[in-house]
Structure formats: C-alpha cells, structure tokens
Design a protein around this ligand. Structure first.
Ligand code: TPP
Ligand code: MG
Length: 361
C-alpha cells in the first residue's frame, strides 16, 4: 500500500509553518508510524493467542525509528537490533515479508533462521540482527570503513538501546569509528529502561549523548518523540559522515510504552502513573496534532487510515500463518559450504525425530 491509494493528499494548502518536508512526505511519515504501531499491537495479540512464539514491540519508539530511517538513502546499510518494526517498515519492507519473518515460514527471506522480529533483508540493505547487545555496532563500523576505502557514497547506521551504551561492544565500536573517522551513525533509542533496569541504575551519566565526547566524536541529544527532529538530526549526521567529519552518536530520548518483549510485565517494576504520563507524550498523537495544525489531517481521515492498515495487517498475518514452515533440514543450511560430520549426524537425528513425531500423529 502507498499513501496515494488512501488519498492521503493534503486537503488544504499548507500554511506557512516551516517544515523540512513536503506535505506528502509528512503524511508518509505518519503512515509509517501508524503501520508500525498497528503491526506491533497485532503481533502482541497473536502472541497472547499462542500463534507466535515471541515478539519485541517498539510501541512508543516509532518517531525515533521512522524519522531516522526516513533520513537515509537506499544505498546506506542498516544494522538494527531486536526492536525494529518501525525500522523495517520505514525501509519499505512489505507487510508480507514482515510477517513471514515473524512466523518463520518458508517464504521468510531469512528462512526461519532468526528469532521473530529480528528482521533483515539484503535487498533492502538491512542486516539481520543478532540478539546479543551491541555486537552489531562493530559490523556497522567495518562495513562503513570498507565503503570509505572504496570511496563509495554511503553510510551505515546501527540501532541500540540505552542499556547497550554500558556494554564493552559499544566502547570498542565507537572508539574505533572515532579514531578513523568512519562514516557511520550510532543511533541510541534511550527508552529509559534496559528490561527492568532504569537508566540511572546502569550509568551515572544523565545525558547519554555526552558519552560521544569521550571518543572525540559528535554527540547529539534529540527529542526521540519528535519525528521531524529525529529526521533532521539523522540527516545532518549522514551529511557529516559523508563530508569526512566522522561518526555521530545520536541519543533519541523516548519511552518504551510497551513491555520489553512478550515475556515481560512492566507492572513489576514501574507504576501505572508513570506509564499514563508517558502515553500523553505518545509520538503518534503528537505528530497527528501537528499535521492537523498544518491543515493536512483530521479525525475522519485518521479513522479511515487506521481501519485500512488494520485490514492490511490482519491479512498479512493470516496469510503468513497459512504458509508452511521450513523443513527441518533447513536448520543445517547456509552455514558451511561442506557440512561437517557432526552436523550430518545431528541432521540425521533431527530427521528421525521429525519422522517419529509424524508417525505418532
Ligand atoms: C550481551 C547481552 N547481554 C544480555 C542480554 C540480555 N538482554 C536482552 S535485551 C537487554 C536490555 C537492553 O536494553 P537496552 O539496550 O536499553 O535496549 P532496549 O531493549 O530497551 O531497546 C538485555 C540485558 C543480551 N541480549 N545480550
Ligand atoms: Mg532501553
């Protein structure tokens, strides 16, 4: 679906309010934020119904994810972490591919090899994430370094959380990128928690962007619930990288409105009052108010858009459930060019196990 098919064209001429983007682009951003929210909400329901095994929602962090991806060029490479529905969808991943990955069926581009909501797709320049925190940062640095040597006009961007900035992997990657002025962007979504641990229990720094100065690179703190501020900060970081002025560490200050993952209950470590006040800063609500002020949006359009997206999301998830799962042999593919003996043994064992299950059924 694209914005045009829902007549998301501006209904009134734009007033003279300054915006870095055209009306059409602003509405596209809004569409992407809502599709990310609805896809996450639908996936959480599917998990409660026992239809999917695991999910990592980005509810509340849509402005940070969508705004930053929107500032990139198609040739840039993205290194996401496990919380990235807005990243994948803003990179124009179709809902079909998105839910095929969540369900891990045979049409999943990653062949069901990754955990649900770890989206990757080489055709979209998105590297499949792995779950260990910040291990992908040095990969993003390495790819950007290679591009720099080859004089290719591209940057890389890696996504991670506030907790990730306390890891050794963060230190190693950012330090190296600073020394060699690597054209990369370190994008931190400070959503206030690392699972149940609040930011002030894991770092004495109140402003994470300050960490950049320890590596001699530019640090930018941006309101992560303001999609346009995030867009501009990322765009500038991209230009800085391409000019040869080195990497940028962006801290997007936001809030994780949902659980850490489907196996978390935030009520065990934070109160309802805190959540309720965070919902008042919902980036989607805020952006819809901005669009309404510009004369680009109204309640009726909003309802039409949400209903259409819900239909699209439901269809994608229903279809993905119908697609068969990969055969057990696929577990052993894509790692070795020639399978070693111990994997051959395990493959035979796995085949016997599946066959015995089938007999019982
Ligand atoms: C190296 C490593 N240690 C521990 C974990 C377990 N773990 C998964 S998510 C997480 C918290 C990460 O918090 P943050 O970096 O703030 O990202 P967020 O989940 O809030 O987006 C932890 C400790 C892990 N995945 N990898
Ligand atoms: Mg966090």
């Amino acid at each position: 679906m694209n914005a045009g098919s829902l007549s998301l064209t501006p209904s009134k001429p734009r007033p003279a309010v300054s915006s870095p983007l055209t009306g059409k682009q602003l509405l596209r951003l809004y569409y992407l934020m809502i599709v990310s929210r609805i896809a996450d909400e639908r996936a959480l329901i599917a998990h409660k119904q026992g239809r999917i095994g695991f999910y990592v929602p980005a509810v509340g962090e849509e402005a940070a994810e969508v705004g930053s991806v929107f500032a990139l060029s198609p040739e840039d490479w993205i290194f996401p972490d496990y919380r990235g529905s807005g990243i994948a969808l803003a990179r124009e991943m179709p809902l079909k591919i998105f839910f095929d990955q969540v369900l891990g069926n045979i049409e999943d581009v990653l062949k069901g090899h990754s955990m649900p909501s770890h989206w990757g797709d080489s055709s979209l320049n998105i590297v499949a994430p792995s779950s260990p925190i910040c291990t992908h940062l040095s990969h993003a640095v390495g790819v950007a370094w290679a591009a720099m040597m080859k004089r290719e006009k591209m940057v890389t961007i890696s996504y991670f959380g506030d907790g990730g900035t306390s890891s050794g992997e963060f230190h190693g990657a950012v330090n190296l990128a600073g020394v060699f002025k690597i054209p990369t962007i370190f994008f931190c979504r400070n959503n206030q928690y690392a699972i149940s641990v609040p930011v002030d229990r894991q770092t004495a720094v109140t402003n994470l962007a300050e960490k950049a100065s320890a590596y001699g690179i530019t640090g930018v703190r941006v309101d992560g619930n303001d999609v346009l501020a995030v867009y501009l900060a990322t765009k500038e970081a991209r230009q800085r990288a391409l000019r040869g002025d080195g990497p940028t560490f962006i801290e997007a200050v936001t809030y994780r409105l949902g659980p850490h993952t489907t196996i978390d209950d935030p009520m065990k470590y934070r109160g309802k009052t805190e959540e309720e006040s965070a919902w008042k800063r919902d980036p989607i609500l805020r952006f819809s108010e901005y669009l309404t002020t510009l004369g680009l949006w109204d309640m009726e359009k909003d309802q039409v858009l949400r209903n259409k997206i819900k239909e699209d999301v439901n269809l994608a998830i229903t279809n993905a459930k119908e697609v068969p799962k990969p055969e057990i042999d696929s577990l052993f593919e894509d790692v070795y060019s020639t399978s070693p003996w111990h994997l051959d043994e395990q493959r035979m064992e796995a085949r016997r196990f599946v066959a015995s299950k089938r007999q019982i059924q």
